[in-house]
Design a binder for this molecule. Sequence first.
Ligand code: 5AD
Ligand code: SF4
Length: 429
Amino acid sequence: MKKFFIQTFGCQMNVYDGQRITNMLKINGWQQIEDMRNADLIIINTCAIREKASNKVFSALGRIRDSKKPEAIFGIVGCVARESGADAFRRIPDLNFVLGPQSYHKLLEILKNPDIKLLNIDLGGLEKFDELPQMVKSDTVAYIPVQEGCNHGCTYCIVPFTRGRELSRPFDDIIRDTIHAAATGAIEICFIGQNVNGYKFENYKLSDLIIKTAKLDTIKRIRFTSSYPTEMTDDLIDLFRTEAKLLPLLHLPIQSGSSDVLTRMNRSYSLDLYIEIIDKLRVARPEIKISSDFIVGFPGETDSDFNKTMDIVKKIKYICSYSFKYSPRPRTVAALMTDQIPENVKRERLKTIDSYLNGIQREFNESCIGKTFECLCEGPDRTGKHLLFRTPYMQQCIVEKPSEKILDLVNIKITAANKSSLRGEIVKI
Ligand code: 5AD
Ligand code: SF4
């Protein structure tokens, strides 16, 4: 049996793409292995969102070339493949394939004919969804893409170049995938898309997908990511009131708390509008928590702009959030702005925001001690002595492994907490 190795970087959509590649190869008789040195096929599934990650791909490829089996074929898929195109072959001449995020289903072509150099970075729209074989089985959390690409045109973002303009999948196709996931092991459905709440197919919206999915008995939890603020329409907000299966956590990236910076980022909402949306969500579901992404050191960001970001972090009390130093990306408007921020200032601002976000996360985690949550089992930890669970707020909860078999969803009483995880005990009924 031929062996393959795959490593995935980047967002949930990339993780999903990695799962589809793995599924396609297994169906075609390939075996997945963890040690790249023994593989006959090596695939690096890449992310281009920040410069550092993008550059690392090529140094990693250099190392792979030197340690792989001589006859093994290797290549890149995903966003760096799309960004670099044929240039990847110039940088690493022995590379065998370069396939973009919408053309990786063509991978089988090179397996039939390993002597060719395969380059395909077409934005093939939704073609891959029709071409790829159905997933054999689902994880307990099934990630289901509803749309790909983005039309928002944020001035810092490479995604419109790597994933193209927004395309929503047909409603029936998504429901078919959801039912299949439910029938093959999924307990939780996470709808994904670069602009997931911008989903629009004929008259269907994301709220219609959620309502239909909630009717499936075996699906107990539903969430979606990543949302754009102005597309949090009232029908979607109202679901947090009416649909108990929708988890009480929403990822709603604000990026910056300064209206000036938001304007230069071409984010089409004011701070007031953003706060209004959060207020509505809190009325709909009082226990809801919000997570966000933040970019610090965007061109022209002053100390006062940054302080406004810190103010909003304190006001909203975000949990589970991510912050990044602004990274200039090829072909984006912001990369050409003349008032780029020095690296040391970006680093300091990142340290400040990170330490504050970590503080709120710790506080929130500690506030959970003594409470009981219904949690989803993710399986054993590396030692095999514990089970790992996810709370409805996506916190990781570690539990002593019981001798009896447990269900996927169980009530857990939280007994201890730190910044990054919780500890708990299974509540016996
Ligand atoms: N520099 C830094 N962070 C970025 N992001 C997107 N583009 C850039 C960039 N050029 C961040 C945003 C986005 C998250 C996925 O990555 O915060 O929400
Ligand atoms: Fe990275 Fe964006 Fe591509 Fe996801 S879509 S892999 S975040 S560049």
